[in-house]
Design a protein around this ligand. Structure first.
Ligand SMILES: Cc1cc2nc3c(=O)[nH]c(=O)nc-3n(C[C@H](O)[C@H](O)[C@H](O)COP(=O)(O)OP(=O)(O)OC[C@H]3O[C@@H](n4cnc5c(N)ncnc54)[C@H](O)[C@@H]3O)c2cc1C
Length: 433
């Protein structure tokens, strides 16, 4: 097995692909009886070894689709293995949509919510906030239901739980009517964006930007409700999003990998290609862009009010250290929530994501950035690279111990605890070590 970025490889003894809840429950009950260790995989798009096991890996690719739709309440119960791109199409067919999404749509719905996957937009929480109920098979082999109204504390622990409490089988989502989005990409400067950040966030439904290291140039991306006709021709979009942002960009990445001296000058050149672009389509066809160029990634959540200071420190750090990097740094903005392990727990947030082309050294860069984020009580994205463990998490997550209490109740024997998760939760001494 390999994850998307191919920075992690592992060999489970068995990969099971159940196609019903009953089959899944029987698998877990047999695993409990046999004293086995179980991990779950969505689409393998996480950069941390969340699905690594040398025993039983559960894959829910055969468990996809809608179970129930309520068009009046605008809710749907979905199978947990459903990929976001399939989900978008199935909901659109019913006249419904998710209110917000991230950059790609390859992940499974359960995999994406389990790490707190998010998009951008200060009026929207991460994807886990769209979940209003769920069903899972816990570490005792029992089927458990919880929701915003029933076993609420357990639900808040489950909403982002890294597959450490059980296998989610069904998710009930709060949706909205299908809507069109007009996406506009443009060029600006970092100074201008930092000066106007509050109004850019207030005046656009979704705002984000990419800073090109070693320049003052940024590419902005705004989406607002689309009122015009849906764009039919995909040629311009294909050229920009596939040819330029993937294949041409990859040629530059390879050149900079071979000649490190190019790293600090490349973006000045690439900046010339950023142009004004616009498209209107239904939402599920707008949020996601194809990502064919592989990279490693670290992303941290910082309090929104500290964001500008963090970004200024980051720019200074990059310019001082002249890291061999050129990938744009992505900046997004997310509304607070009350999910125990949500990086946006009780604070409006900014997310800063740094990427390094696959095969290039990233540690010095990521270590330096992490030091900055930690100084501002940063919380790492659970699916992306970080070096934090329980001693740190217990300080930045007020509900850390409540989460662990629920985790231990649902999985007392540590069925879902891999060595990595024991390390993250500091449960090595107490749980099935
Ligand atoms: C190219 C790329 C772009 C990305 N863009 C974004 C973005 O825009 N925003 C963002 O926030 N993140 C982004 N990510 C990160 C990604 O969304 C998360 O890592 C997400 O968790 C991956 O989903 P997955 O289906 O691949 O899950 P996996 O990585 O396979 O698993 C993630 C976690 O979910 C658990 N899990 C999976 N299924 C279940 C289940 N049924 N029950 C219980 N636990 C389960 C796994 O055990 C694991 O702990 C991106 C990653 C890549 C590679």
């Amino acid at each position: 097995m390999k994850n998307w970025s191919e920075n992690i490889e592992w060999s489970p003894k068995e990969v099971a692909k159940p196609s019903s809840e009953a089959e899944l429950q029987a698998l877990i009950q047999a695993a409990v009886q046999g004293g086995r260790q179980v991990r779950i995989i969505g689409t393998g798009h996480s950069f941390e070894p969340l699905s690594v096991t040398d025993d039983l890996l559960i894959n829910l690719d055969n468990w996809q689709g809608l179970i129930e739709v309520d068009e009046v309440e605008k809710t749907a119960v979905v199978k947990s293995g459903t990929k976001l791109n399939l989900l978008g199409q199935l909901l659109y067919d019913k006249g419904l949509a998710q209110e917000n999404l991230g950059d790609i749509d390859q992940q499974s719905i359960a995999g994406s919510i389990s790490t707190g996957t998010h998009g951008t937009g200060t009026a929207f929480g991460n994807l886990s906030t769209q979940v209003i109920g769920m069903r899972f098979v816990n570490g005792k082999g029992e089927i458990v239901d919880c929701s915003i109204n029933d076993k609420t504390d357990l639900f808040k622990a489950m909403q982002i739980s890294l597959g450490s409490m059980g296998v989610i089988t069904q998710l009930k989502l709060q949706l909205v009517d299908a809507y069109k989005l007009e996406l506009v990409k443009d060029k600006s400067t970092l100074d201008e964006i930092l000066n106007q950040l509050d109004s850019l966030n207030a005046n656009n439904r979704n705002f984000e930007f990419y800073w090109l290291p070693y320049t003052n140039v940024v590419q902005t991306k705004t989406t607002n409700i689309g009122k015009g006709l849906v764009d039919k021709s995909g040629i311009g979009t294909y050229f920009d999003e596939v040819v330029m942002e993937n294949w041409v960009f990859k040629l530059f990445c390879d050149a900079a990998k071979m000649r490190p001296s190019l790293n600090t000058s490349l973006n000045g050149f690439l900046a010339k290609f950023i142009s004004h672009q616009k498209k209107t389509k239904y939402s599920h066809q707008v949020y996601a862009t194809p990502r064919y160029v592989k990279f490693n990634e670290m992303e941290y959540n910082v309090p929104l009010e500290a964001y500008k200071d963090v970004m200024k420190d980051l720019v200074k750090c990059v310019e001082k250290n002249k890291f061999n990097i050129h990938f744009p740094v992505e900046n997004r903005f997310v509304k607070q929530d009350d999910i125990y392990l949500s990086p946006a727990y009780k604070r409006d947030s900014a997310y800063i994501a740094a990427h390094v082309y696959k095969g290039k050294e990233y540690k010095k860069y990521f270590d330096a950035l992490e030091e900055i984020y930690i100084a501002y009580d940063g919380r790492p994205h659970w699916g992306k690279m970080h070096t934090r463990r329980a001693d740190y998490f217990s300080k930045v997550y007020p509900k850390w111990n409540d989460f662990l209490k629920h985790r231990n109740e649902q999985d007392p024997e540590g069925l879902f605890l891999s060595p990595y998760l024991k390390d993250v939760f500091a449960l090595r001494q107490t749980q099935g070590a």
